[in-house]
Design a protein around this ligand. Structure first.
Ligand code: NCD
Ligand code: ZN
Length: 358
């Protein structure tokens, strides 16, 4: 057994369903799933019920997180047509501003170019902007960010056209970063007959094997691996109207370690994409005395039954992976040890500047 010590991983894209849909997940269950996956810091998305677009809704998430989280976290504000005037004043309490430029789960969607420009112009330049921007939307948001002379982060890139656009933009010195989800690296539309169409609903959709190959071929363009952990119950996924999204917090590191085993990625690149780069891109403070220990050789099979996330399933059920999280230490304290959670609810800290001790 080879035990390896890595820094606590940072996942800049998770949906923890609080407020509003805690039957799928909440800050407690979601951050426990994070610890089990070797992740010590998560940035939570704002497409909750209600969506996080103002002081009152943001407070609901802040209170739930403060009470329950067992790992550190930040919370995004959602950009909407209704908060152009007020969003920037909330920036210090947030991990960043999230734009939904393409339809997905929840009501947040901006299709109006003027609204997008106004939001981007007003949001503080030193606070992150993250965008769900597929296909043409990716080109639109790159243009707007350029005109406002600021950096932008593109979420869950899934297609050849998008990763090549970002590659070429970077080559021209444009301040763009991006993330890719493990599900787009390890699954494609070729897996839909096996897994079933409802369970495969996800935004961006599972792409073609050619798109998938383009992501692997452009691994050096991918800044972060982000799970886009989007838990929905199997009863919902198997219904007539399946919501899009996969859980991912517990399987991300084992999948990426498997890629290391297979020689498709170096361990240094894994650490960069799952710790160093997200920390830099999202201006996150260091987590002192925080690390994870993993058995890099352990082979194990992912199963629905052992899922910690409240959603209780995984699209990777039956897949054998290499690499298992043994222990997580958060601020010098044992937080997780071989299946047992030691961190108390409320141990996690909000890392947004307004919540930091001065
Ligand atoms: C996300 C969700 O369920 O909240 N679903 C998804 O398919 N990724 C929404 C999102 O990230 O677009
Ligand atoms: Zn998402």
């Amino acid at each position: 057994m080879t035990t390896l010590r890595l820094p606590g991983l940072i996942d800049p894209h998770v949906h923890l369903r609080e407020p509003g849909a805690t039957h799928k997940e909440d800050f407690g269950s979601g951050t426990r799933a994070a610890l089990a996956g070797g992740i010590t810091m998560v940035l939570a998305m704002p497409n909750t019920q209600p969506p996080l677009i103002d002081d009152a809704s943001l407070k609901l998430a802040e209170l739930g997180a403060a009470e329950k989280a067992v790992c550190d976290y930040g919370i995004y504000l959602g950009a909407s047509g209704d908060n152009i005037e007020t969003a920037a004043s909330l920036a210090p309490r947030t991990a960043g501003l999230k734009f939904y430029l393409d339809a997905t789960f929840g009501p947040l969607l901006i299709k109006d170019l003027a609204t997008l420009r106004e939001h981007v112009a007003r949001w503080p330049k030193d606070r992150p902007i993250a965008c769900h921007a597929e296909q043409m939307s990716a080109a639109a948001v790159l243009t707007v960010a350029q005109l406002e002379n600021r950096a932008v982060h593109i979420c869950h890139v899934s297609r050849r056209s998008e990763i090549e656009l970002i590659r070429d933009a970077k080559m021209r010195g444009i301040a763009v970063t991006c993330e890719v989800g493990p599900h787009h690296l390890f699954l494609s539309e070729a897996d839909i007959p096996r897994l079933g169409s409802g369970r495969c609903e996800v935004r961006p959709r599972l792409a073609t094997p050619d798109d998938q190959a383009a992501l692997w071929a452009n691994m050096d363009v991918i800044d972060c691996i982000a799970t886009d952990h989007a838990p929905h119950l199997l009863s919902e996924k198997d219904s007539a109207n399946p919501p899009p999204g996969f859980p991912g917090l517990e399987t991300s590191l084992p999948l990426m370690l498997t890629a290391v085993h297979e020689g498709r990625l170096t361990l240094d690149a894994l650490i960069d994409k799952m710790h160093t780069a997200p920390k830099r891109i999202f201006n996150l403070p260091a987590q002192l005395d925080t690390w994870i220990e993993i058995d890099v050789d352990a082979a194990w099979t992912i199963r629905h039954e052992t899922t910690i996330s409240r959603c209780g399933w995984t699209p990777f059920d039956g897949k054998t992976v290499r690499g298992r999280v043994q222990r997580v230490t958060l601020r010098g304290e044992r937080a997780y040890d071989n299946g047992t959670f030691y961190a108390h609810p409320g141990t996690g800290r909000n890392l947004a500047p307004a919540h930091q001790p001065v």
